[in-house]
Design a protein around this ligand. Structure first.
Ligand SMILES: [Mg+2]
Length: 390
């Protein structure tokens, strides 16, 4: 099995007319229109000389063509290689730019896409679902939570939460972090949702880095009072000293990691005792190879693993299900139950393959696909429909 061809597909499905940023982003009054103009993804397709086809995804949230260009530049390092040398290939790809400081961002998102496609091929060749190929199925089923009730007025957030519980979810996540001067709206929304779902449904809260330390401490104390299961990304992603200080001051578990890259970022986060839950995204952190290293490293710190997924395509969602099944310290899976736009669902999740994501959930639990590889057949004509130059 040798790599014969590598192709990258920068994708975007436009969103028209969002009234408010659905999740917290810095400087949203100027940045939100650009960031939330569409659902974006980068897919890679790797064909082998024996007729197999692997697919991977990079979690780009802007300029998918930037990561696409990186993959095209890296392709000569892949042609003729055996996908089963995945760890050797990962180190070769990383080595191309590490001395230039490209250890995060688009570079690692491009490598993530390649690595996922290689693991898809490895598991197909062994005729095993990916979770078996990764060492076995620790969790035939595992808890999942509904992601997410978006930033909206408290009554509307409570109604959304009630609907998710009626749909069978036993845990849900609420977005907060509106920014300076709007703290009372965040706290009112959390209280309204807790009141709507009652004390027995697990409630996670995600600020997407929207607070400073003093505000996060205030919010965390309220979340403790309301029995919240975790406080996700309370602080800007690079403020590890802040995370360490916050975790020493408050009781609610702290979760983060969707914006961290490679085992190097996670080593720092774990050594500094910043989090109770790590949330690497397989399409951002460096692929399956790196996500496995991160989850296992977290297990050595007795820190839980809960893979991030977000507004990604079916490729990321399915690969993350395999990781959740295969890692010993998985506690829950982010099951996407709402989109950035209430009336414009993400077609990259539903239209690009035969993978039936909704069917992977039964009430409050989820499971990984049991077909070989990551478990889907991609419709490349559908992929072409969302190809973008931007
Ligand atoms: Mg998050």
């Amino acid at each position: 099995m040798r790599i014969a061809r590598v192709r990258a597909y920068p994708l975007m499905a436009r969103i028209e007319g969002l009234a408010e940023a659905p999740v917290s982003v810095p400087r949203s009054s100027t940045t939100a229109d650009l960031i939330f103009a569409g659902y974006r993804a980068l897919l890679v397709r790797i064909d082998t000389d024996d007729g197999r086809q692997g697919v991977g995804e990079g979690l780009v949230r802007l300029a998918p063509n930037a990561a696409s260009a990186i993959i095209e530049a890296l392709a000569p390092l892949l042609i003729g290689r055996d996908p089963r040398d995945v760890d050797v290939i990962w180190e070769d790809l990383y080595a191309t730019m590490v001395n230039r400081g490209h250890t995060r961002g688009f570079m690692i998102e491009a490598i993530s896409a390649i690595d996922i496609a290689l693991w898809d091929l490895i598991a197909q060749e062994r005729n095993l679902p990916l979770h078996k190929a990764l060492g076995g199925t620790h969790h035939p089923t595992f808890p999942c939570y509904a992601s997410s009730v978006r930033i909206k007025p408290p009554e509307a957030a409570a109604a959304d939460a009630r609907a998710l519980v009626a749909d069978g979810f036993e845990a849900i996540k609420l977005k907060i972090g509106r920014g300076p001067g709007r703290l009372h709206e965040d706290l009112d929304a959390v209280a309204a949702v807790r009141d709507a779902i009652g004390p027995d449904v697990r409630l996670m809260v995600d600020a997407n880095g929207g607070y400073d330390l003093a505000t996060a401490v205030r919010v965390a104390r309220e979340l403790t009072r309301l029995g919240c299961a975790w406080f996700e990304e309370p602080l800007p992603t690079d403020d590890l000293p802040g995370y360490a200080a916050l975790r020493r001051k408050v009781d609610v578990p702290i979760a983060a990691g969707e914006s961290w890259f490679t085992r190097t970022d996670f080593r720092e986060a774990l050594v500094r005792e910043t989090v109770d839950v790590v949330q690497p995204d397989v399409s951002r952190c460096g692929g399956v190879s790196e996500a496995v290293k991160i989850a296992r490293m977290a297990s050595a710190f007795h820190v839980a693993f809960a893979p991030h997924t977000g507004q990604s395509s079916a490729v990321c969602l399915a690969t993350s299900l395999h990781l959740a099944a295969a890692m010993p310290n998985t506690t829950t899976y982010e099951f996407i139950a709402a989109d950035w736009s209430a009336d414009q669902a993400n077609p990259l999740r539903t239209e690009l393959s035969d993978f039936d994501f909704a069917n992977m959930r039964d009430g409050g639990t989820a499971r990984a696909p049991d077909r070989p590889g990551i478990g889907m057949t991609v419709d490349w004509d559908a992929v072409e429909r969302y190809r973008t130059e931007g």
